[in-house]
Design a protein around this ligand. Structure first.
Ligand SMILES: *Cc1c(COP(=O)(O)O)cnc(C)c1O
Length: 393
């Protein structure tokens, strides 16, 4: 089995030689000519039953798209999963997984913090689920007879809290576990290796990596992938083939991008510790932020996001965002450029205020997703922005 740096380059390209192409072909057909009705109906039956590949024809673009399927294959290989199923956004992937897990009308156990949208989806019960919020050590006691799945994110968005996946899986027992692996990427963490049932990504982030695609993907076992495809066909939460092409184009540089950004995140979070105007810094590479030794055991590296809390709360945090000149003051993460955002005001605005406070998402907290710029340029920018916010106080 190839190693990760090889997989990112070659994943999902198995049929290129046969096709005689070198770049992923973009198939934009919505419908396909079906001269053989017998073969078409056989394929339609199989694909509506969740089969991943047609024998004769994709039939119709909501049923199957070859450009999307190639990228899915690449992601499945990275996650060491039987298959991966792509969706039009990370939230569409979360929704499809809840539907496929049969969670509608049932109970869910979830560990905070989660991405704001996922938190809101579960807290609001919009899909008819009922959620018990558990701390990582209390998952077992939160499980009920009717629990459909456990939802966890590690590193957690935005505080970078790390969760021991093997422990959560053990506590969940027979109940399947969904892991949002967006922050780590499969380069640094493969949840299925630790017993998770689904590894989910907002591919809008590092998998896309260039801030120009919105997408989601779920890697899982063959049977569950079938159910996810069935859900995708009937809900129509599709990934556009042009988006799949861009995602596939980004895949070969994934490991390089993740490691380069990670190296700068390690350096910047080190320099920020004890810096004037900064109350605390969190990065999984800092021992205090990884009390259980997850990095090295469950994660192959600490990743490219860190958070810090500025003195002066909300007002000072706003000033830092206004004062950066090189970093982009924006939500999202995993881009080529460095992004800085205010979780309490933006990505997690939709989360219950009491839950925000108990998760440590304070008014002065800023989250940085490190990009590929020169680390000294980034440092100078961050340093001047923090100084400008303090001077203005
Ligand atoms: C962005 C994000 C999502 C949602 O993904 P979209 O592509 O914006 O729908 C889910 N989980 C995490 C961890 C995210 O960062």
């Amino acid at each position: 089995m190839a190693r990760i740096d090889t997989k990112v380059v070659h994943g999902g390209r198995d049929d290129f030689m046969t096709l005689g192409v070198h770049a992923p072909p973009v198939d934009r057909s919505t419908t396909y000519p079906l001269a053989s009705l017998a073969e078409a109906t056989a394929d339609l039956d199989r694909m509506c039953d969740g089969e991943g590949e047609p024998a004769y024809s994709p039939i119709y673009a909501r049923v199957h798209n070859p450009t999307v399927a190639r990228w899915e294959q690449g992601i499945a290989e990275l996650e060491d999963a039987d298959a991966a199923v792509a969706f039009g956004s990370g939230m569409a992937a979360v929704t499809a997984t809840l539907l496929a897990a049969g969670a509608v009308g049932r109970h869910v156990v979830a560990i905070r913090p989660l991405y704001g949208g996922t938190d809101h989806l579960l807290a609001s019960g919009l899909l008819g689920t009922r959620t018990t919020w558990a701390t990582p050590d209390r998952v077992a006691e939160a499980i009920e007879e009717d629990t459909a799945l456990v939802v966890v994110e590690t590193p957690g968005n935005p505080t970078l809290t790390l969760v021991d996946l093997a422990d959560v899986v053990a506590q969940a027992g027979e109940v399947p576990v969904l892991v949002d692996n967006t922050f780590a990427t499969p380069v640094l963490q493969r949840p299925l290796e630790h017993g998770a049932t689904w590894a989910l990504h907002s591919a809008t982030k590092a998998l896309g990596g260039h801030g120009d695609v919105i997408a989601g993907v779920v890697a899982t076992d063959a049977a569950r992938a079938r159910t996810l495809r069935q859900v995708r066909i009937v809900t129509g939460a599709l990934l556009d083939p042009q988006a799949a092409y861009l995602l596939h184009r980004s895949l070969p540089t994934l490991a390089l991008r993740v490691r380069a950004a990670q190296a700068s995140a390690i350096e910047l979070s080190k320099r920020l510790q004890g810096h004037a105007g900064v109350l605390r810094v969190c990065h999984p590479g800092i021992a205090d932020c990884d009390p259980d030794g997850i990095v090295g055991r469950q994660m192959d590296g600490p990743g490219s996001l860190f958070t810090f809390e500025v003195e002066g709360g909300l007002e000072a945090a706003g000033k830092v965002m206004a004062a950066v000149r090189l970093m982009t003051p924006a939500v999202s993460l995993g881009n080529t450029d460095t992004l800085i955002e205010h979780p309490a005001g933006l990505t997690h605005r939709i989360v219950d205020p009491a839950a925000l406070a108990s998760a440590g998402i304070s008014p002065g907290l800023l989250r940085v997703s490190v990009g590929l710029e020169d680390v000294d340029d980034l440092w100078e920018d961050l340093d001047q922005a923090i100084a400008a916010a303090a001077a203005d106080a």
